[in-house]
Design a protein around this ligand. Structure first.
Ligand code: AMP
Length: 280
């Protein structure tokens, strides 16, 4: 496995491999969710590239950029075990040298949900993913549905800008007790880890109600929110039901309606989601 930190080393390294290229962009501190993307990427392309970059421009002023968990040695072991060919670990200076001033905005899809709580977040994501696509030139790039809105933004951007890359969305990988895997789970104390189960419980409750025939978004949202609010340590950021493709609001849920939620457990902001009527 080749480990590189500059754009020019990535480009020359890539030339020593032949065939189609798969890319898995991450912020590192890898877990089974990332590994599931890497394993699928291994099958999808001849060459598998993993990028690890805690992208400063997608973090807000009071967010966790400095404290974001990092463990490069462990990440490289996991990458190696998943069959990664090239790991790209650029510095912030390599990605955003002095004078950098260009951004990519996906207008409407970036506004609701996490875009409201984290203004500018998806501009940062769209910009770094565009850069990674231009640097690596993948044939296929894999993203998790855990970050549903991010995947929607990237799909839109890729289509709108005719980027020659196939985008694959992969299922959410969960811990045995239901908690969606996330690098940020490392922030949770043992007690908070228990409290965090309210997110997946809320998702489960909404799916059950929908399966039993409930279609009123007001009822579904009320019941889902109530599950979270039973947990004293949880503070709801948002609980929203929206069209899974456009992210527009609707009063009536249907197959394909997205439930997206963001909840603070202590200092840690966690997200989860599900698409109603879709198999898990
Ligand atoms: P991150 O390192 O958190 O930026 O995530 C990198 C990629 O891994 C993104 O495409 C995420 O959606 C995906 N990912 C993170 N957690 C999970 C999970 N629990 N299941 C599936 N994919 C995930």
């Amino acid at each position: 496995m080749l480990t590189v930190s500059t754009v020019s080393d990535l480009r020359s390294g890539r030339l020593s491999f032949a065939g189609t290229v798969g890319l898995v962009p991450t912020m590192g501190y890898l877990h089974e969710g990332h590994a599931s993307l890497l394993r699928e990427g291994r099958k999808r392309g001849d060459v598998l590239v993993l990028s690890i970059f805690v992208n400063p421009i997608q973090f807000g002023k009071n967010e966790d950029l400095d404290s974001y968990p990092r463990n490069m040695d462990r990440d490289c072991q996991i990458a190696d075990a998943c069959g990664v060919d090239i790991v790209f670990i650029p510095t912030a200076g390599e990605m955003y040298p002095d004078g950098f001033q260009t951004g990519v905005t996906v207008r409407d899809l970036s506004l609701p949900l996490c875009g409201t709580s984290r203004p500018g977040h998806f501009d940062g994501v769209a910009t770094v993913v565009t850069k990674l696509f231009n640097i690596v030139r993948p044939d296929v790039a894999l993203f998790g549905r855990k970050d549903y809105q991010q995947l929607a933004v990237i799909r839109r951007m890729t289509a709108d800008l005719n980027m020659p890359v196939e985008i694959m969305g992969m299922p959410i990988v969960r811990e045995a007790d239901g908690l969606a895997m996330s690098s940020r789970n490392a922030y949770l104390s043992p007690l908070e880890r228990q409290s965090a189960l309210c997110l997946s419980r809320a998702v489960k409750r909404a799916r059950e109600l929908f399966a039993a025939g409930e279609r009123s978004v007001a009822v579904l949202a009320g019941e889902t929110r109530a599950v979270i609010e039973q947990e004293a340590a949880a503070v709801v950021d948002y609980v929203e039901f929206r069209d899974g493709a456009t992210l527009q609001e609707s009063d009536v849920a249907d197959v394909g309606t997205l439930l997206a939620l963001a909840v603070k457990i202590g200092q840690t902001r966690l997200i989860d989601n599900t698409v109603l009527g879709e198999d898990l």
